[in-house]
Design a protein around this ligand. Structure first.
Ligand code: SF4
Length: 496
């Protein structure tokens, strides 16, 4: 999905959720057992990171000439794979991917992992993040004869790895040299004929961790995927580190690492994207959300009868608010989680509301009560407005909204589809203006200076709140589709 193609609801306004771009999962079973089903369950655990497409690519390292078998499709992991497909994916080394797109359209060609056959063998790659120099790199490659199969920046990475491999001694050196050309956010897993490689950009925007189960090594986006397949957590991949799994164990290349003061983890992973039961760089996502709720209770107190969270990410923050304030926590929402890609959204003329289809209020929990409702963010405000109305219709006498992040004021260039500034409710508006628009009795946001404490003092990116990014943002809006036809490249060149 690109920036012009958000999901729309029944009043022709976009769904007001933010989306993560992707989740990655790689595994190498050094005992030679098939791993496709482990990738499947790993991707299933990462489904919250992307619901548009998914794919698995595996290879059998025991064969003399290694071939990659892959299967990709549009939709949820359990819609794309069945036991016969998994059975046909034979191999002990592989990578998988779930995708939500912010660069490149939502098509099967753009689904990952990308598989490349080149003179040095095969390569399967899965990428989470957004590059800010993908257009320049792509143009450079096109000038030297590269023909692209997709419109995603991940293909640019795969091409660069393949080209560097012609000059380097090992494939991990080629990955490192290719990474040196990239600017932006990337957490990668790469399966080359007999190695599993993981790489995280020097800022550490997106998470990446290593796990182990018996004699298998795993490199994946979140620790919840390790728990799901019964693996134990080994450690996080450091920002800027390239790790390589071979029959010798884990090798590490830290030559791209920057001083820790330069690191810039996406704070939104802690606030919203990551699953509550994951840990990122040693910090529990659940604990971060509890902390956010406690800060809100300290900084934005209000008298009320119950505190509740908008599922899922609002729940832990609501619990934190309750712990700090002593106001009882009550789950007041029931969420229908079965809204897949092919779900038919209600039309303008229909009496059903998209928000109500996804979420219902427990009348018994809120009727006659003053309610504090905690949500992770307000993007355009369309959803918040409806949820406040739903609480009032269910009998809430007052609705006080507390948001576990500061107001969004700037776009993101590193993999989150925050819309243009003018569409953000907080742009050019006071908190009081926003309160009136969403119809709440009071409104409070997390204070900006509380953000670093959510990640226990680790260095974070807060660009979408402050407009100060760890990397110079691109001049053009890169969050759309790349030009992908020869005529477009020619046209671009003739305009120079
Ligand atoms: S700009 Fe915001 S959403 Fe984007 S990486 Fe930084 S903190 Fe995350």
């Amino acid at each position: 999905m690109n920036k012009n193609n958000f999901d729309f609801d029944e009043t022709n306004t976009p769904w007001d959720d933010l989306h993560e771009e992707c989740g990655v999962f790689g595994i190498y079973d050094l005992d030679g057992n098939d791993i496709a089903s482990s990738i499947y369950y790993g991707l299933f655990a990462l489904q919250h990171r992307g619901q548009e497409s998914a794919g698995i690519a595996v290879s059998d390292t025991k064969q003399e000439k290694v071939k990659v078998f892959s299967h990709k499709g549009m939709g949820l992991v359990n819609e794309i794979f069945n036991s016969e497909i998994l059975e046909s994916l034979k191999g002990d080394l592989g990578v998988g991917h779930v995708r939500y797109s912010t660069a490149g359209s939502s098509t099967i060609e753009n689904a990952q992992p990308l598989v490349l056959n080149y003179v040095k063998g095969t390569l399967a790659l899965a990428h989470n993040g957004n590059l800010i120099n993908a257009n320049e790199l792509r143009e450079g490659l096109a000038q030297t004869g590269a023909i692209f199969q997709t419109t995603i920046d991940s293909e640019v990475i795969a091409y660069h790895i393949a080209r560097e491999r012609l000059k380097t001694k090992t494939v991990q050196d080629a990955v490192r040299e290719a990474c040196k050309k990239l600017k932006g956010a990337y957490s990668l897993v790469v399966a080359s004929p007999r190695k599993l490689i993981g790489a995280r950009d020097p800022f550490g925007f997106k998470p990446l961790c290593i796990g182990k189960r018996d004699n298998s090594y795993i490199i994946t986006s979140e620790t919840c995927a390790l728990d799901t397949i019964g693996a134990t957590f080994v450690r996080d991949v450091l920002p800027g580190e390239v790790v390589t799994i071979t029959s010798e164990g884990i090798q590490s290349d830290k030559s791209m690492c920057l001083p820790t003061s330069c690191e810039a983890r996406c704070i939104f992973e802690y606030i919203y994207f990551a699953r509550c039961d994951s840990k990122i760089d040693g910090i529990s996502v659940y604990d971060s959300r509890i902390k956010a709720g406690k800060f809100l209770a300290k900084d934005s107190p209000v008298e009320a009868d119950i505190v509740t969270g908008v599922p899922e990410s609002g729940n832990a923050a609501a619990l934190g608010y309750s712990m700090e304030s002593g106001i009882p926590y009550e789950p007041a929402f029931v969420k229908n989680t079965y809204v897949g890609r092919t779900f038919i959204k209600p039309k303008q003329s229909s009496r059903e509301s998209s928000v109500q289809v996804k979420l219902n209020v427990l009348r018994e929990a809120v009727a006659g009560k003053r309610v504090i409702m905690i949500d992770d963010s307000i993007v355009r405000g369309t959803t918040s407005d409806r949820i406040v109305k739903m609480l009032r219709m269910a009998g809430a006498t007052e609705v006080h909204v507390r948001i576990s992040s500061p107001p969004f004021l700037w776009p993101c260039y590193f993999g989150t589809d925050i819309p243009a500034r003018e569409q953000l409710i907080a742009y050019n508006r006071s908190i009081e203006d926003i309160r009136k628009i969403i119809g709440a009795d009071s409104l409070g946001y997390l204070e900006l200076d509380r953000l670093p404490q959510l990640a226990s003092g680790l260095n974070i990116c807060q660009g979408c709140f402050t407009g100060k990014y760890p990397l110079e943002p691109p001049k053009d809006d890169i969050r759309g589709e790349y030009f992908d036809k020869e005529e477009d490249i020619e046209k671009k060149n003739s305009n120079k």
